[in-house]
Design a protein around this ligand. Structure first.
Ligand code: TXA
Ligand code: MG
Length: 329
């Protein structure tokens, strides 16, 4: 059911759960200070209680009411697709953080999300608005198909402009961070702002299991040189959808080139929607090229690797595929 911003605010204040637009993906929101409402989010998503939720607020000042301290450099990225893991003050519903002393805070820049956050005047916890293990929705129709009857409303804010989830960072010092999840703010963006990105990370973001981003059709991710000839592919091209990012390899009879001009931001915007549309097609396999690992390409690579049923590579001119357990198939 579609609701207006005002209706969404009313439902949320009464403890309901509403899907809301952000620039990254749609979130399933609840009042983060209302434990019962938060538990309804976990139930609707079938999300394990051990996997904490991101808290959304309209600006840095409001984050300061819930976070013990906020590094000054975040103002360069907020509002925007950056989530920062910070010690919290204990004034949020306990399930939001799954009992952790850290909370993931985010200030989205989507105009509708901003209006809603100001109207409700309470932090909104919002994980991606999908059943656990499914692809994150990037438009209101995807939310409706997946969660429709299980939630109290959908606030339609149009298609998401970034299309992959926010970057999650964990501060490690004054101006040093670990990247726990690559996303809309790139490593290059952080470095340009004088932030040092450290390798690895102390805390794991618990909800990043491999299968988390999988489309409903098996996906084979190929790391092959662009000059690879189509003849080496053993699968039936008529039953295959090829997803490419720039160079075309003639891999399937239907090919969706998500970055024909090399613009990976367009590809990020289109990726989850293409997974969704592929599920409606009569095909056996999605074969995806590995996008260049630079800028937002790092986030695309990360999501494709998690989405992949098989990883393909060239072994002396022969294509081989490995499953998640590392066995050749
Ligand atoms: O772009 C986004 O971040 C979207 C929009 C709706 O804001 N949200 C989103 O939420 O992607 P979700 O729940 O699908 O992914 C959040 C990730 C999960 O992997 C979760 O485990 C991690 O953030 N996370 C949340 N709170 C955390 C905490 N307190 N400590 C460690 N990891 C946390
Ligand atoms: Mg998610």
């Amino acid at each position: 059911m579609n609701v207006s911003v005002e209706q969404a605010a009313e439902i949320l204040k009464r403890g309901g759960i509403v899907a809301i637009p952000t620039e990254t993906v749609y979130g399933l929101a609840a009042d983060a200070c209302n434990e019962e409402a938060v538990l309804r989010v976990f139930a609707a998503k079938k999300r394990p209680a051990s996997n904490p939720l991101i808290c959304h607020l309209p600006d840095t000042e409001s984050v300061e009411r819930y976070a013990a301290s906020v590094p000054s450099w975040v103002s360069q990225f907020w509002p925007g697709p950056l989530t920062v893991l910070l010690s919290h003050k204990g004034n949020l519903a306990p399930s939001v953080t799954a009992g952790s002393s850290y909370c993931a805070f985010r200030v989205p820049h989507h105009t509708t999300a901003q209006r809603l956050l100001r109207l409700v005047n309470t932090p909104l916890c919002a994980p991606s608005a999908n059943t656990s293990g499914r692809v994150s929705p990037v438009n209101a129709q995807m939310v409706e198909h997946d969660l429709g009857p299980r939630i109290d409303g959908i606030l339609d804010g149009g298609p998401c402009s970034v299309g992959v989830e926010s970057t999650i960072v964990e501060p490690a010092g004054e101006s040093e961070v670990y990247i726990l999840r690559p996303g809309g703010v790139t490593r290059e963006d952080l470095e340009r702002a004088g932030i040092t990105v450290l390798p690895g990370g102390n805390k794991k973001a618990p909800g990043q299991s491999a299968s988390h981003y999988a489309p409903r059709v098996p996906l084979l991710l190929l790391s092959l040189p662009p000059e690879t000839r189509a003849e080496i592919f053993p699968y039936n091209p008529a039953r295959t959808l090829a997803l490419t990012f720039g160079a075309s390899a003639g891999m399937g009879s239907v090919e969706w080139n998500l970055a024909p001009d090399g613009n990976l931001e367009n590809a990020a915007r289109a990726l989850y929607d293409s997974f969704d549309r592929a599920a409606e097609m009569d095909i056996d396999l999605i074969v995806a090229q590995d996008p260049p690992k630079e800028g937002i390409g790092t986030a695309l690579h990360d999501r494709l690797r998690r989405a992949a049923t098989y990883l393909g590579f060239l072994d002396r001119g022969t294509l081989r595929a490995m499953n998640r357990e590392g066995s050749l198939v």
